[in-house]
Design a protein around this ligand. Structure first.
Ligand code: 5AD
Ligand code: SF4
Length: 426
């Protein structure tokens, strides 16, 4: 979501005469888009700000802005704490950014962190530039009503607001016309997309509408909440050929007791039943997830249940995090914190197991033929990089002019973080 917001910020700034630079030392304007999901992400913001403060000493005209979730959370405090900051914009205020930067050019500091209500929902979804790119994000909803006990997102992104299906299709059509091959529909909880009124599309309907746009060859979406995955959505994997066979489906824990305390709205068995239904509808679907270790009250037995769930799902990849208490969340009030050493130990054990599964799964793909969307040259520059439908990164020899094409690739090697392949026919 932050990457997507940053793209929109760049588009907005181009609209008032700025252009992007890769060298911060060259910049006249620095906009820091921040994340507060865990304490470490938040701490990093202050590190960056220190660096920009030093830069401003040598360049007093430098405009510095802070946006995103930390800005939303800190608001006025940030302006006070950091007198060298010119503007602070929250998660609902991108549409005001051009005005705020123009004011800063005239020497005025400003702050905008109000949440928008339903009436002004359209302001929440400024278009990113339609030109260029092979794979692009399209925001379909923002915010979250779930209030998982550990999570700061509902506090800093506000309530769920969906974008109209017509606007989503319009943006996808513009991207397709500009040559984009793949779109990822984006939202904090895309499965609860929709206006929930008779005749209004839900997320499964939206996928079908987007699939009708000519030119787009592959559709992805993120992120899904297990409790909101409907049978209608699961059917989409069987029925929409453009829908990539991959789902990011965070479980967060395998223990029913912990899941309940997390306020996740499902049990381990219910999660596994959805996974089984997805595998039934789409054999070969790649499942990735998120897991938190050391949530308050998680004991060794509960942690073992997480490992057992992982064993059953066999994730293609898993993002795992040490629980971090966030201000204002329910779990921050829980007193049974797990010790730092236990959290660290569990994370390491979990990651060792996942690494093995990932490697085994990658190795088992050797000999298969995958449809790979070529994104461009690989990081080493001497081959091409692309992704399978299941979202596995793949490198293969080939001509850079193949970027943007979906090609049949024979997998010849499965490594820990990447597959190696050979293009069958271009
Ligand atoms: N501590 C640790 N991890 C968290 N996540 C969200 N909030 C926290 C927190 N307080 C993780 C969840 C979520 C992912 C984006 O970040 O796993 O799915
Ligand atoms: Fe956070 Fe839960 Fe909402 Fe995901 S569903 S953004 S974890 S509150």
């Amino acid at each position: 979501m932050n990457v997507s917001d940053s793209e929109k910020i760049v588009t907005l700034m181009k609209g008032i005469g700025y252009r992007q630079t890769a060298d911060a030392g060259e910049a006249d304007l620095v906009l820091l888009n921040t994340c507060s999901i865990r304490a470490t992400a938040e701490q990093r913001v202050y590190g960056h700000l220190g660096k920009f403060k030093a830069m401003k000493k040598g360049k007093p005209g430098l405009i510095i802005g802070v946006g995103g979730c930390v800005a939303q959370q800190e608001g006025e405090k940030l302006l006070k704490k950091a007198p060298f900051v010119n503007l602070v914009f929250g998660t609902h205020n991108l549409h005001l950014l051009q005005k705020m930067v123009t004011a800063a050019e005239a020497g005025k500091r400003s702050i905008e962190t109000d949440f928008l209500d339903d009436e002004k929902r359209f302001d929440l979804f400024p278009h990113a530039e339609s030109e260029g790119g092979i794979t692009r994000f399209v925001t379909v909803m923002q915010g979250c009503d779930n209030f998982c006990a550990y999570c700061i997102v509902p506090h800093v992104r506000g309530r769920e607001i969906s974008r109209s299906a017509a606007k989503v299709v319009e943006e996808v059509t513009a991207l397709a016309a500009a040559g984009v091959t793949e779109v990822t529909l984006l939202g904090q909880n895309v499965n609860s997309y929709g206006f929930r009124e008779p005749g209004e599309p839900d997320f499964a309907d939206l996928l079908r509408l987007v699939a009708q746009v000519d030119g787009v060859e592959r559709i992805r979406f993120t992120t899904s909440h297990p409790k909101d995955i409907s049978p209608r959505l699961i059917e989409c994997f069987a029925q929409i050929p453009k829908l990539a066979p991959h789902i990011h489906l965070p479980a967060q824990s395998g223990s029913d007791r912990v899941l309940k305390r997390m306020n996740r709205g499902y049990t381990g068995a219910e999660y596994l039943a959805k996974v089984a239904a997805l595998k039934g509808a789409c054999p070969g679907i790649q499942i990735t997830g998120d897991m938190i270790v050391g949530f308050p009250g998680e004991d060794e037995a509960a942690f073992q249940e997480t490992l057992a769930l992982m064993e059953e799902v066999r994730y293609a990849d898993l993002f795992s995090f040490i629980y971090s208490a966030r201000p204002g969340t329910k779990a921050a009030e829980y007193s049974d914190e797990v010790t730092r050493a236990e959290k660290q130990g569990r994370l390491e054990r979990l990651q060792v197991i996942q690494k093995k599964t990932t490697l085994q799964r990658n190795e088992s793909m050797v000999g298969s033929v995958q449809r790979v969307l070529v994104e461009g040259p690989s990081s080493s520059g001497d081959s091409l990089f692309g992704r399978t439908g299941g979202n596995r990164g793949t490198v293969m020899p080939g001509d850079p002019s193949l970027a943007g094409r979906v090609l049949e690739v024979s997998i010849v090697e499965g490594l820990q973080t990447i597959l190696k392949g050979e293009i069958l026919h271009a």
